[in-house]
Design a protein around this ligand. Sequence first.
Ligand SMILES: [Cu+2]
Length: 471
Amino acid sequence: MKNTAIVWAAWVCGLIVSLPVQVAAQRLITGAPLSIPPILEESGSEGRERVFDLTVQRGTREFATGTQSATLGYNGEYLGPTIRVRRNDNVRLRVRNHLDEATTVHWHGAHLPAEADGGPHQRVPAGDTWEARFRIAQEAATLWYHPHDMGTSAEQVYQGLAGFFIIDDEHSDSLALPDTYGTDDIPLVLQERRFTRDGRLEYNPRMPDIMHGYFGNALLTNGAVEPFLEVSDQRIRLRILNGSNSSLLRVFMDSGIPMYQVATDGGFLGRPVEVEQVVLSPGERAELVLDLRGQEGTRPSLMAESNGGNTYTALSLRVAAALQQSRELPATLVRRETPTDTGAVRRRDFVLSSMGRGGRLTINGRTMDMSRIDEQVKLGTTEVWRISSQGMMMAMPHNFHVHGLQFQILRMNGSQPPPHLRGPKDTVLLYPGDTVEIVLNFENYTGVFMYHCHLLEHEDEGMMGQFEVLP
Ligand SMILES: [Cu+2]
């Protein structure tokens, strides 16, 4: 595996010279208390189903004093509540679309029936209601939800449509990890965004933005710039989602606070892995535990550097003068087998390319066609998919997201993945020239699911395909 720091530095430097200088977003409101998304209250239970209601709505938000930005939100003006459920719950998620355009709600990372997935086949027209009903059939994890209609996902997410979807189970209950939501267990959605000179949220992508990334001049953390959080526990857990459209984010602490990654996209790592930084591509999550012992009375910051070249304070911590004792981090988090390819019935290749005709963004030379099934797999089998990123002439990162399941990384450029990537994943980053092999188990559900680049401008340009799980 390439040295992440070197690859990252090359990327950032390469891009800075090619980008227009961004207008500094000086008038944005900073320094408010961190907003914690509320846990969505159940609307009730019908039989053995837990019912939740989401309304997709328009709103406005004052990111800069005196300037209103048009936004979108779930049950509010920007972002959405946290849906929190337990393994084996039966859920009914009712979505009302109060927009004047179609949308969908995709439960990113969830293992579920195809008709509940919320991809482009489950379109919710303006004014309509849609229901997703499924059983939570996977381990504890930090998932999220967002729009996924054809061609409009990027703009709708950009304007604010995103929320956390957290799953708990008996095993996660038993682990000695910080778990008081909003106190020592903090959801953080980081979104690089572009603001106009007068502080209005702007989405106006031109061709270079679509190809290289819609970089910004500010970072929103749970919807605000440079918020702060008062902490009074020795250990805090951060559930970090890169909710940017296309920016990669390198996340780190500005001081030498020990940081341990405990989970990837879809569940725990086998053991905590000490990390100095995590690089998250759009859609990826990482759960980190910070050890604040010795930091009493200080104000360390969580930082995020975008591959567009800007470095932001994502969150200022105000550490109490005396800290409450936290439990020791467990040495083992979960029993996690090393993935192998011995049980795989088939291998497939997926080539991500930005070199095709007219610089099109393609997978295996094709752009998305809703009426075409690109791959057919058999229910109950295991496959190895080899994803590679070509296009050194127009070098740009991509990632690869698979719907309906969690996979494991078998190899990255021929080697075992680094320890912090050995948990369940639904989205994996590829730098130009990279090859990543993943192991997928197609269990429980038949039907049509998507795979795509989760850089949203690439996805909207059609860098997506469909696989059908056949009985
Ligand atoms: Cu891409």
